[in-house]
Design a protein around this ligand. Structure first.
Ligand SMILES: [Zn+2]
Length: 388
C-alpha cells in the first residue's frame, strides 16, 4: 500500500510539474554574498509577466529595492526574509513610478519600513495615482546601512522620465530596473511613457559611470546576462529604424476582452505551449485558452482562424504539418469547451511567416539572444474571419 501511495504521489507530482513552476507566486534567487533577487508575477496584456526586485541583508536590517508587483506578495516577501535571515526590512527604494516598482510602498510604510523615491518619481506617482514613498531625494544619493554602501543615479530619461538605477560599488552590482531590458526581451515593452530619443544616451551614461559591473539586474526576466545594456541599445536601434521606415498599413489587433471585433483583426499569444516536437497542449496553456473560450462565447457570431507559427528550426521537409497538428489541438480544446466547430478554422503556417528572419537571427551575438528571437517567431495568431 505504501508503495502504491508513493507511486501515485510521484505521478501526481510529475503531471503537476509545469503548472507548479508557473504558479509559484514569489521566487527568491541568491545572487551573491547577501544579495537576493525576488521575482513576482502579474498578468499584463493577457500574458503573465514577471518582475524582478532585489533585497540585501545587512547587519542593520534588510534593504528592498522596489516592491513586489503582485500585491498579494508584500507580506510573504517580508515573512520569507524573516524566516531565512531572522531580519526585518528597514528600507525600500522604488526606482520609478510604475506599479511594478511602487505597488507596495504604502504597505511597507505602514510596517515602519522607511520608503524612498526620487522627488521626480513622487510627482509622477502623485499625478498618476500610484502608491507613494514617505521620503524623497532630490539628487543622486549615497546610502550606508550597516556594512553596505550604495548610491542612486539618475541617468536621464529612458523607459520613463524618472527611472533611476542603483549601484553597489563594492560588489559591482548594477540594479537597472525597467530602464534596462533583459537579453530575453524581444521588444522594449511598455513604451507609452518612454523617451526613445534620450534612452540610448542615458544608457551610455550608465555604461561610462559604472565600469565592469559583475551583475546587471533588469526589471523583468533573466538577470544573469551582462549583455543587457547592449541588448537594450540594440532594441532601441531596431525600434527607431522601424519608426523611420515607411509605415505600411499596420496589422489591426484585438484584445480578448473586446466585444466589437471586425474581420481582419488579429490576436497574438506566445502563452500556448506544446510538448517539444509534439502537439499535446501543456497545462500552462489553459489560462489563455480559457480566455479565448470566454471571448468566443461573448462574441457569438465570430468565426476565427487559429494559426500556429513555428520558428525556422523545424525540418524543411516536414512543411507545415507539425503546426497544422498543433492548430488542430487548439481547435479540439475549444470545441471540447463548447465552441461550435464551424466557427473554428485551424491553419499551420510552419515557418512561412517569420517575424524575425534567419539573417537577422544570425547577426545576434549570443545563443540566448538567438533563442529569444526564435521564441518571438513561435506564436499562435487568432484571426477574425467574419463577425455577422
Ligand atoms: Zn515601468
Amino acid at each position: 500500500m505504501k508503495q502504491l501511495l508513493t507511486i501515485l504521489f510521484t505521478i501526481l507530482l510529475s503531471t503537476n510539474f509545469f503548472a507548479q513552476t508557473k504558479t509559484n507566486k514569489l521566487n527568491i534567487t541568491h545572487l551573491t554574498e547577501n544579495f537576493y533577487i525576488y521575482t513576482t508575477y502579474h498578468s499584463y496584456k493577457d500574458e503573465i509577466a514577471s518582475a524582478n526586485g532585489l533585497y540585501v541583508v545587512t547587519n542593520n536590517g534588510v534593504i528592498l529595492i522596489d516592491s513586489p508587483w503582485d500585491t498579494t506578495q508584500f507580506q510573504p516577501l517580508l515573512d520569507s526574509i524573516q524566516a531565512k535571515h531572522h531580519q526585518k526590512a528597514v528600507l525600500c527604494i522604488a526606482t520609478h513610478s510604475h506599479e511594478d516598482r511602487t505597488a507596495g510602498l504604502e504597505f511597507y510604510r505602514q510596517q515602519n519600513i522607511k520608503t524612498f523615491t526620487s522627488l521626480q518619481t513622487d510627482s509622477i506617482s502623485k499625478a498618476t495615482n500610484q502608491k507613494r514613498a514617505q521620503f524623497h531625494f532630490t539628487k543622486d544619493t549615497a546610502f550606508t546601512i550597516g556594512q553596505l554602501s550604495f548610491q542612486t543615479f539618475y541617468p536621464g530619461a529612458g523607459h520613463t522620465a524618472d527611472n533611476i538605477v542603483i549601484w553597489f560599488p563594492k560588489q559591482k552590482i548594477l540594479y537597472g530596473g525597467c530602464f534596462i531590458k533583459s537579453t530575453e526581451a524581444t521588444d522594449l515593452g511598455y513604451k507609452k511613457e518612454a523617451n526613445l530619443q534620450a534612452w540610448p544616451t542615458s544608457l551610455k551614461n550608465v555604461q561610462q559611470k559604472f565600469l565592469q559591473p559583475k551583475f546587471i539586474i533588469p526589471g523583468h526576466d533573466d538577470f544573469t546576462n551582462l549583455n543587457a545594456i547592449n541588448h537594450t541599445l540594440k532594441l532601441l536601434q531596431q525600434n527607431n529604424i522601424k519608426l523611420s521606415a515607411v509605415n505600411f498599413a499596420p496589422i489591426k489587433t484585438f484584445a480578448l476582452t473586446d466585444t466589437n471585433v471586425t474581420a481582419g483583426q488579429n490576436y497574438t499569444t506566445r502563452q500556448i505551449k506544446f510538448t517539444v516536437s509534439h502537439y499535446t497542449l501543456l497545462p500552462e496553456s489553459f489560462p489563455v485558452l480559457d480566455s479565448i473560450v470566454t471571448f468566443l462565447k461573448q462574441n457569438k457570431n465570430v468565426v476565427v482562424e487559429v494559426g500556429v507559427h513555428s520558428d525556422s528550426c523545424i525540418n524543411p521537409n516536414c512543411c507545415d504539418r507539425p503546426t497544422q497538428n498543433r492548430a488542430q489541438s487548439i481547435v479540439d480544446y475549444l470545441i471540447e469547451k463548447g465552441i461550435a466547430s464551424n466557427r473554428l478554422i485551424s491553419k499551420g503556417y510552419g515557418k512561412l511567416r517569420l517575424i524575425i528572419t534567419d539573417d537577422q537571427i544570425n547577426k545576434a551575438k549570443t545563443e540566448e539572444e538567438k533563442e529569444a528571437m526564435h521564441a518571438r517567431n513561435r506564436r499562435v495568431v487568432l484571426k477574425i474571419l467574419s463577425n455577422s
